[in-house]
Design a protein around this ligand. Structure first.
Ligand code: SF4
Length: 212
């Protein structure tokens, strides 16, 4: 026994089932005599809506700020706020940042979520040096900025900017996720104002021909 999709009546025999299926197929055929128009045909019909003029800086900066990939580097308690930013409520995947990279070679952003000791400092610096260029650093929390409440301790680095260059500082102990999001937006703004010194090759016409 089957239920007819259209009439919602019960079908008990194979013959009736075949007929019901045939009606559905015939109805589809009747309504499918012409190809469905391409929804993107305006791309060919209206070139003015399909051309964007801009500078290389704008495009590169847009791409860079829209796909920041953070390296995993959370030595202490600020890490939980960073993890909260990563999770669904705050959700940094909105900025193309959801992938925390375990390999520094695949990362271009370091968010320094925690107290740094001098013992750990060479390793954090090595992670930074192995990150891909161009790269940025957000100093998160009082410890990341200045050593925080542990600043006077003999074994704590009084700020990540002693070992690596910092682009944005996010104060707090710990900063709330909203504060870190604000810092990320500030970094986006900073990246969008950056200038790229690209050396373009000379025009082909000006080149010496091979063999001459
Ligand atoms: S700033 Fe506060 S919350 Fe963050 S690592 Fe230092 S002590 Fe912990």
């Amino acid at each position: 026994m089957e239920i007819d999709d259209i009439t919602k009546r019960y079908i008990y025999s194979d013959t009736e089932l075949d007929r019901a299926e045939g009606e559905v197929i015939e109805a589809l055929k009747r309504h499918s005599q012409e190809p469905i128009p391409d929804p993107d045909r305006w791309l060919d019909e209206e070139p003015s809506r399909n051309i964007l003029l801009t500078s290389i800086d704008v495009i590169l900066n847009w791409a860079r700020r829209s796909s920041l990939w953070p390296a995993i580097c959370f030595p202490a308690c600020c890490a939980f706020e960073l993890i909260a930013v990563q999770a669904s409520r705050f959700d940094i995947s909105r900025f193309g940042m959801e992938i925390l990279r375990a390999s520094p070679r695949q990362a271009d952003l370091m968010i320094t979520a925690g107290t740094l000791t001098w013992k750990m400092a060479p390793n954090v610096r090595r992670i930074y040096e192995q990150m891909a260029e161009p790269k940025w650093v957000i100093a998160m929390g009082a410890c990341g900025i200045s050593g925080g409440i542990f600043r006077s301790s003999y074994n704590v680095v009084p700020g990540y900017n002693r070992i690596i260059p910092v682009d944005v500082y996010v104060p707090g102990c710990p900063p709330r996720p909203e504060a870190l999001l604000h810092g990320i937006r500030m970094l986006h703004y900073k990246i969008s104002k950056g200038r790229t010194d690209i050396v373009l090759p000379p025009p082909l016409a000006g080149r010496k021909k091979l063999g001459k």
